[in-house]
Every structure is written in structure tokens, then in C-alpha cells.
Design a protein around this ligand. Structure first.
Ligand SMILES: C[S@@+](CC[C@H](N)C(=O)[O-])C[C@H]1O[C@@H](n2cnc3c(N)ncnc32)[C@H](O)[C@@H]1O
Length: 431
């Protein structure tokens, strides 16, 4: 068994995600398996309702751990993707690398029917609550779960060195995921799933380009659709780290939530490389250019009158945000499980339907905010449905955006949208 000392860890993981002082840094990581010590076997007090939270009907304790109800949709999406993976591969080993109270681990075990989950959190104070929560899962001779209390990079590096690979690694970090990407990709099976997070709203909005350069390798400037940019920056960061290691990543779904804000991306990791693109933003129009084109300064903007105002952000992921087939299957599974439609208590089917619509390959990067269209057209904000149906009648592709409620993704130009907004205003005044 290889034991890593803290000296081998990246200092960034300590800066962004401090290890609690009381953790014994010199010891090997502790594995708490269920029933390993009958005296310390946890008791789960199901009579004491008030101590427990519920999510999708599962009871669990949060104790003093970091827990957000608002992340439930992100957990739902992770479980659906994991369950589909299990159905197609017949096997599912999960590493919940920053597990908090262990709710994700519990859900991967019960709902996605994971064969094994390693629940890890650096905070030793979380040990009792994680163990109690996972003890709800019956295990035979072959334990279905284990708990480790260590730094995520340390665990993933140990697993990689032992050739102990996982089908799904969930990195639910504070701030940016970037300090965990390398060890996570190494510890993942080929064709495995990597679920990464960023809660780094300021940086993704382009307000801290030096920080995004450090964390994601992308110099990002303010743009009108900053939250989509946040998702693209997150994917781009993973693409960059993976390609250094000889892997390519492709997103299965990308999810933004206003609460946090939270940016979550489920990536599939395989061998091989993808070309990376940069992105040119010029006076509201959007176009993609390869690095080579930018290097030669041969992008069309450089010949135009507006070339002096050229703002380049990147490199960013400019490909699709979702895999249409995968999210369509996730939608079907949500319906099968009763997680969709009225009575399910969530808007999961609405979200997944929007993601399916957003993944229309005719739709470009970004979205158009209707308030901005209205302000440029000097009219009242046009009704979203009316704009969408006019665009579709005129032969454009159009969808709502799950990222921004009063915005549309469309291949119609801003000038076209302004014209439509004016027409709609005229029609409504004439009525
Ligand atoms: C956002 S919370 C996790 C929430 C949990 N996944 C959920 O869905 O409720 C982040 C967790 O990461 C843990 N953490 C912070 N830095 C860490 C590190 N370097 N390695 C492992 N865990 C870490 C914290 O103790 C905290 O419980």
C-alpha cells in the first residue's frame, strides 16, 4: 500500500479546500467500512424524524455538514446519468470524492444501484453522519460502500496508483474543480463519467480574467451570456487537463443553477484528443475561430472597421453543451421513475426537455436576452412564445435556454430579433 504524505499534495488543494486542522496528516487514510467494528456500529434513529432530511423519499442526516437543498436537481441529474451507465455497462463503481453528509453516495447506491461507492470527505467531523447515512444500505459479504476521510486528490491518486479505477467520479467542490481534475481523470475508467462543479460565479462572469486563466486556462472577458460561458469554461478546463494526459472529454449534459450559482457538467472521458477552439466576440456578433486563425490574425474582424474593438476570450469549449441521445434517455428514465410531470414535485422534465431543445445542432453559442432585444428595438419586452413561434415560422431554429428564463437560443441574428420584436409590438398595438 502506498501512503502519500501531505508534501505530495498540491498546495492549491489546501488553499481552496482546506483540510481540517485536526486531521492526522501523517496517517494512512482511514477506511470506515460498515460493521467493521461491532461496538461502533452506527445506529440510525428512525423514530427521531426531526433530525432527518428527505430527498426523493430517502431519509438522511446532515449533522453539521455542508448541505444545500438547492443542489437536489444536480444530484437528480447525476443519479439519472449514473443509472443509465449502469444499465448499459452492467457495472457501476462510484467515487463521491467530496461527499459532505454522503447524500450523493446514498442516492448512487439506492437509486442508480451502484455496485460500490467510495464516499470521501476531508472533514473528519463528517465521519459519523456519512457512516450513519450509508448504513441504511444493506450489504452482504461484499461491502457495497466504504468511507474515507481524506483529501480528494490523495484518495484519487492512491486509487490510480493501485489501478483501482471508477466508472463515475463526482467532484462536488467549493469554488473551482480545477485542482482535482488531473487526479480524477487518472482514477477514471475509460469511457467513465466525470461529474464536475464550479461555484465560481464571479470568475465565470468575466470579471476576474486573471483568475479564470489560473483556474481554467481561459482568459474570459465580460460577455452577454456569462452563465453559458461559465459552463463552457468548466468544460474547456477539463478538455485542457485531459488532453495533456492523452484523453478527450465530451459533455453528456451541462447544467447551470442560479442558486449558488452552480455550474455542473457530466463528462465522458475517453482516449484521444479533441481540437480546442477559441471564441471571438465582436460587437454582439459571435463567431468561432481556431487558435491558428487567431494567431495569423486572419479572422474577418481584423479587416473590418470594428476590428479595434475585438475582444477575444478563450480557449473555451465551443461544441455542444449536451449529448442529445443521453439526455433524451435521462428524460425517459425520469418519466419511468415518476420524477417527471405534475405530482413529481420538481421541474425535472421541463429542465430535461429544455436541454434536449438546446442541443439542436443548428443553434449557435450563447443566447439572446429578450430584454436586450427590447431595449435595442425600443419596444416593450416581447412575449417569449410569440418570438419563438415567429422565428420558427420564418425557418430559424429557436429554443428556450435552461440558463436564462427570458432568453432564446436562435440562429437568427440580433438584427432579425429586433425586427421581429418591432413587428410584434406593431401587431399588439393594432389589436
Ligand atoms: C459542496 S460540499 C459537498 C456537498 C455534497 N456533495 C452534497 O451533495 O451535499 C464540499 C465538501 O467537500 C469537502 N472538502 C473540501 N475540501 C476537500 C478536499 N480537498 N478533499 C475532500 N473533501 C474536501 C468539505 O468538507 C465539504 O463537505
Amino acid at each position: 500500500m502506498i501512503t502519500l504524505t501531505p508534501k505530495t499534495l498540491s498546495p492549491f488543494s489546501f488553499l481552496c479546500n482546506p483540510i481540517p486542522k485536526h486531521q492526522n496528516q501523517n496517517s494512512k487514510y482511514t477506511i470506515v467500512t460498515q460493521y467493521s467494528d461491532s461496538n461502533s456500529k452506527p445506529t440510525f434513529n428512525s423514530n427521531c424524524e426531526s433530525e432527518f432530511q428527505t430527498e426523493r423519499g430517502l431519509k438522511f442526516d446532515i449533522g453539521e455538514t455542508f448541505f444545500r437543498h438547492e443542489s437536489a436537481t444536480g444530484r437528480d441529474l447525476g443519479v439519472l446519468a449514473a443509472a443509465l451507465y449502469k444499465r448499459s455497462k452492467g457495472k457501476l463503481r462510484v467515487l463521491d470524492a467530496l461527499c459532505g453528509c454522503g447524500i450523493r453516495s446514498l442516492r448512487y447506491l439506492i437509486e442508480a444501484e451502484a455496485d460500490f461507492v467510495l464516499a470521501n470527505d476531508a472533514n473528519d467531523d463528517n465521519r459519523k453522519v456519512i457512516t450513519e447515512n450509508l448504513s441504511q444500505v444493506e450489504s452482504g459479504d461484499d461491502p457495497r460502500w466504504a468511507v474515507t476521510l481524506s483529501d480528494a486528490n490523495r484518495i484519487m491518486t492512491e486509487c490510480y496508483l493501485k489501478r483501482d479505477f471508477f466508472d463515475l467520479i463526482d467532484i462536488d467542490s467549493f469554488g473551482s474543480d480545477s485542482s482535482f481534475l488531473r487526479s480524477a481523470i487518472n482514477a477514471l475508467k475509460l469511457d467513465g463519467l466525470l461529474y464536475v462543479t464550479s461555484t465560481d460565479g464571479f470568475s465565470s462572469g468575466g470579471r476576474r480574467p486573471q483568475q479564470t486563466l489560473a483556474a481554467y486556462g481561459a482568459y474570459v472577458r465580460p460577455m452577454p451570456y456569462s452563465n453559458e460561458l461559465g459552463l463552457r469554461m468548466l468544460i474547456g478546463g477539463a478538455v485542457r487537463v485531459a488532453s495533456v494526459l492523452g484523453y478527450r472529454v465530451t459533455p453528456l449534459f451541462s447544467y447551470y443553477s442560479y442558486h449558488g450559482p452552480i455550474f455542473r457538467v457530466m463528462l465522458r472521458v475517453n482516449r484521444g484528443k479533441l481540437p480546442d477552439n477559441s471564441y471571438c466576440h465582436n460587437c454582439g456578433s459571435s463567431q468561432e475561430y481556431s487558435w491558428a486563425e487567431l494567431g495569423r490574425m486572419s479572422c474577418p474582424c481584423s479587416d473590418s472597421k470594428v476590428s479595434k474593438s475585438l475582444i477575444v476570450s478563450g480557449p473555451l469549449w465551443t461544441g455542444p453543451l449536451h449529448d442529445t441521445i443521453y439526455i433524451t434517455e435521462m428524460l425517459h428514465l425520469a418519466e419511468e421513475w415518476g420524477w417527471a410531470g405534475s405530482g413529481s414535485g420538481t421541474d425535472l422534465d421541463k429542465l430535461l426537455n429544455q436541454m434536449v431543445a438546446e442541443s439542436d445542432p443548428r443553434l449557435p453559442f450563447g443566447y439572446t436576452k429578450l430584454d436586450e432585444v427590447a431595449s435595442r428595438a425600443k419596444v416593450n419586452s416581447p412575449p417569449l412564445r410569440a418570438v419563438m413561434s415567429t422565428l420558427e415560422k420564418e425557418g430559424y431554429a429557436a429554443s428556450r435556454s435552461h440558463i436564462e428564463s427570458n432568453a432564446i437560443k436562435t440562429n437568427c441574428s440580433m438584427a432579425g430579433c429586433i425586427r421581429i420584436a418591432k413587428q410584434l409590438q406593431q401587431c399588439s398595438s393594432a389589436e
